[in-house]
Design a protein around this ligand. Structure first.
Ligand code: PDD
Length: 287
């Protein structure tokens, strides 16, 4: 791997891109991020990711080092410089380097990093088999609506899921599913209603989730935005997760119980196909 990454105004070979040990992203997880999928060199759902980035920054009083046009250009440039056909762009903004102190300066100079990861996002073998999930307590902080790099608990939970023979965990708080470790969680009832947890501080406002809800409604599918329990999920006719690089991915087993007939369901497959068709047609072309 020999990527060209972006760091604070400079394009560098990945081995030469170095961030200070005093960076608050490193010392305090004082940073926010976005992940945008790339298909055929095009950015998927970029406008949503750009808008959520601004919201995350605002919530933490972090400043954005570049304006919206420059950020979009960087996304196009990094695709071109790395000849990225399919995969993702990771963007992170931290509060920058300062002597270690819980009090931060309002005028700190942020650190901006972008890098790419090549990955077959369309041809994911789990589309065919579905993934298994286990439920685990949600022990993350209470502002999960902000996309911060505090990802230790989601990482530990995913490792625990792997240890239990599953691919991911659905996190549970006060008896209800919040979301997956790095994706939103959804179910489909026997009546064909798509059920997804409403937005609040408890979950990340997924960009893919928003598009899926919009597409489901436009297709005349009933959608209920309400919390659901692990029991209801285990008895649902379908379950799936959504995220930038998974689109809609079927969940075929929850805590060892097959969901529906234990195979990816038709509504999940339809939502995935609709999402890809719709978002590819609106993708940001490389200029
Ligand atoms: N994760 N919920 C959580 C906790 C997430 O980390 C993510 C995304 C989502 C889905 O959001 P979106 O549809 O906007 O990607 C929901 C990213 C992809 C990651 O951390 O790699």
């Amino acid at each position: 791997m020999n990527r060209i990454v972006y760091l604070d105004g400079t394009w560098l070979e990945e081995a030469d891109a170095k961030v200070s040990v005093f960076d608050r992203g490193f010392l305090f997880a004082d940073a926010v991020y976005e992940v945008t999928a790339v298909i055929g060199g095009k950015l998927i759902d970029y406008a949503g990711h750009a808008a959520r980035l601004q919201r995350s920054l605002r919530e933490l009083a972090l400043s954005c080092p570049l304006g919206p046009d420059a950020l979009l250009s960087l996304h196009h440039d990094i695709v071109a410089r790395n000849a990225l056909d399919e995969g993702l762009i990771y963007l992170q903004i931290s509060r920058g380097a300062a002597d270690r102190d819980f009090i931060f300066s309002e005028t700190a100079k942020p650190t901006l990093v972008l890098f790419t990861q090549a990955k077959a996002v369309l041809d994911n073998p789990y589309n065919v088999t579905g993934i298994k999930v286990v439920t685990l307590p949600d022990q993350r902080w209470a502002r999960r609506d902000i996309k911060t790099v505090q990802l230790l608990y989601p990482s530990m939970a995913k490792m625990e899921a792997l240890r239990q023979g599953a691919q991911d965990a659905w996190l549970v708080e006060d008896g209800f599913v919040t979301e997956a470790t790095s994706a939103n969680a959804h179910i489909v009832t026997a009546e064909g209603t798509l059920v997804t947890r409403p937005l609040s501080h408890a979950i990340l406002p997924g960009i893919t989730r928003a598009t899926i809800v919009e597409l489901a409604r436009a297709a005349g599918m009933p959608v209920e935005e309400r919390a659901f329990t692990p029991d209801e999920a285990r008895q649902a006719s379908e379950a799936f997760i959504t995220s930038a690089t998974n689109f809609a991915l079927p969940v075929t087993m929850i805590d060892g119980v097959p969901v529906g007939n234990g195979k990816p369901g038709p509504i999940t497959e339809r939502m995935r196909a609709l999402y890809i068709a719709e978002r590819l047609s609106h993708a940001e072309p490389v200029t």
